[in-house]
Design a protein around this ligand. Structure first.
Ligand SMILES: [Zn+2]
Length: 325
């Protein structure tokens, strides 16, 4: 059985350094435990990470040590740069996709990639997505849960292209720009609570706007899908009682759960077991959140208690179906 990790990040340090004036970028490793401080424009991220965050040549070594066979890398969300101008954003994202594809090519099949796109400029994002998938062989696309405060239902055209390419979209919050961030700033709550709230909002907009229904989009929803599975009954009840919730979809919100692939980043066996029962094992995929420490270094450990059939689906079969290989 191959262990395929669909939720892992790549921080393009070389590009960030080359473009440091445009991006207003600086990085500092604070101590030996790999406490890192990264600044990009007004965004500051402080946290702990494994070596692969800043040392590209450690990614494969840490992937092997984490007992992962194939890791699908996506841009570390601290570097989405959705607030930057057209020229800088395009330069950054084209270089990012080029580098990611090169990294994948020289990895002997160990690393694959999801494209990044400057979604604040939707038509440029469409062009770059097509290039990244068709020319560079990237396997899907990662986007934020909102783009400078605009919810994902405002990007219908972009999703129609995702649908026609038949690729999955990995929706991942920008961890320093979550809803209610001023109220969440103590105890790391921007990450612990803000991240799953963002996942939930993004998914709810994609369902209720009809985007999932109209383009049959396959969504990888990280952090166990945020609160979506747990609160889907509330969305269904809204559908039953409110005409605005029914307006753009012809079946209830929970009927779209089969378009979602939830990762295993739940940190609790009983809740993972509930998820498998509730959404079905065909819609669960392995996730590590590597190289960040709010994740699993060895993601397989979190599912070891499951049956062999379940593990095979979560680790290999579902991912292969999604990535079309
Ligand atoms: Zn992540």
């Amino acid at each position: 059985m191959l262990k395929i990790d669909l939720h892992a990040h790549y921080f393009p340090l070389k590009i960030m350094k080359d473009m440091k004036d445009d991006l207003k970028f600086s990085v500092e490793r604070i101590d030996k435990s790999n406490q890192i401080s990264i600044r990009i424009g007004n965004i500051v991220w402080n946290g702990e990470a494994y070596l692969g965050l800043l040392e590209e040549d450690k990614i494969i070594e840490e992937t092997v040590r984490g007992e992962v066979d194939i890791r699908v890398l996506s841009l570390a969300p601290i570097s989405y740069i959705y607030d930057l101008d057209e020229k800088t954003a395009m330069k950054f994202y084209t270089r990012f996709n080029d580098e990611l594809s090169k990294l994948s090519e020289k990895s002997n099949g160990k690393l694959l990639g999801f494209a990044g796109v400057p979604l604040q400029y939707p038509s440029l994002a469409v062009d770059e997505l097509k290039r990244a998938v068709k020319d560079l062989g990237l396997k899907g696309v990662e986007i934020g849960t909102h783009i400078n405060g605009r919810n994902l239902d405002e990007f219908r055209e972009f999703f129609s292209v995702i649908g026609s390419l038949g690729i999955p979209v990995f929706i991942h919050p920008q961890i320093t720009d979550v809803i209610g961030k001023d109220r969440l700033r103590r105890y790391f709550f921007t990450n612990i609570l803000g991240v799953p709230i963002e996942d939930t909002i993004a998914a709810a907009y994609l369902i209720t706007s009809g985007i999932i229904q109209d383009y049959n989009i396959k969504v990888i929803l990280p952090h166990g899908g945020g609160f979506l599975p747990y609160q889907i009954g509330r969305l269904d009840h809204g559908y039953k009682t409110r005409s605005d919730v029914r307006e753009k979809i012809s079946k209830k919100p929970s009927d779209f759960l089969s378009n979602f692939y939830f990762d295993t980043l739940l940190f609790n066996n009983e809740i993972l077991d509930f998820m498998i029962r509730f959404v079905g094992v065909d819609n669960i995929v392995l996730g590590s959140d590597y190289p960040f420490k709010m994740g699993y270094f060895r993601p397989y450990d979190a599912i070891e208690h499951l049956s062999n059939e379940e593990k095979e689906k979560i680790c290999e079969i579902n991912a292969k179906k999604l990535l079309l290989f």
